[in-house]
Design a protein around this ligand. Sequence first.
Ligand SMILES: Nc1ncnc2c1ncn2[C@@H]1O[C@H](COP(=O)(O)OP(=O)(O)OP(=O)(O)O)[C@@H](O)[C@H]1O
Ligand SMILES: [Mg+2]
Length: 336
Amino acid sequence: MTTMTTATTTTVLEASGVTMRFGGLTAVRAVDLTVNTGEIVGLIGPNGAGKTTFFNCLTGLYVPTEGKVAYKGTVLPAKPHLVTTAGIARTFQNIRLFANMTVLENVLVGRHTRTKEGLWSALLRGPGFKKAEAASHARAMELLDFVGLAHKADHLSRNLPYGEQRKLEIARALASEPGLLLLDEPTAGMNPQETRAAEELVFAIRDQGIAVLVIEHDMRFIFNLCDRVAVLVQGEKLVEGTSDVVQADERVIAAYLGTPFEGAPGAAEVAEVEAAEAHQEGTTPDTAAPDTAPRAATPADTPDTAPAADPPPDTAPPHHEDGATPRATGPEGKAP
Ligand SMILES: Nc1ncnc2c1ncn2[C@@H]1O[C@H](COP(=O)(O)OP(=O)(O)OP(=O)(O)O)[C@@H](O)[C@H]1O
Ligand SMILES: [Mg+2]
């Protein structure tokens, strides 16, 4: 999992001073982040921290209020199709597939930025077009095989189970032949087995020479996978470092739990306290926030004066809109 052994490491992505304001709200504040070749970098943070907004700034969906984004040394224009053509592909937190297209067609759509055949060629369906079409088809099937969906090439994408839709999104993103892949919560809604498989898939993508930047709430997934992890809290980069460094950082634990108390406890201690509380009340604590729960408590939301015995919200992981339950150390996300 160490990065390059040779001295050929180059910077794939360089975001500098990226700020995104929506009216009075600063969703992302002066964030610097680099991703190098051969790296898998994680981006974590509580709900509403600005992770997806940051991705949207990287991919031209938003024009950042300030800052710039460079891919392999060239500053990117804030236009999604130009960003894709340059070499950055992404998946979305809320899956965006063409529901009534087949699995294969969805991947073919992802290839359009790499297809050189023009309008006339397509209309006349000349030999050049047919050859390009055959090549695209072959490549799309190869990618489906890579993510484990070749046997479902002819299925309508809307009929795929959730976990497979996420894989299909990855195949479609890879179809643009990117040098950098951005994944926004790739395991949300996956069961633990699917999550482990997704981990292997991300390693395999990295091994193909594609750098990866991944947002995820499943901490085990992140810490297993990433060479480096950046933590975003309230739009700002709080910490960045190796998995070990980030995992041990008290500020990170506090940001997730919203309870900055002395000698921040490890996962085992938190579980112990929860179990004891459950026992006392004679009920299983509802560790997941209810569906109607407001966004995650951030440290600022949790006043110091809040009594420690205040029920669940203190220890409950923040609610997540995709149905995944983010945990500081939790074993898995849950199915939606
Ligand atoms: N288009 C928008 N207009 C106004 N506010 C927005 C917009 N997009 C995001 N926000 C706000 O920016 C903040 C960051 O949201 P964002 O979706 O980036 O968080 P996130 O870290 O991806 O959270 P989650 O883990 O829940 O996906 C939130 O307060 C959100 O409400
Ligand atoms: Mg998000």
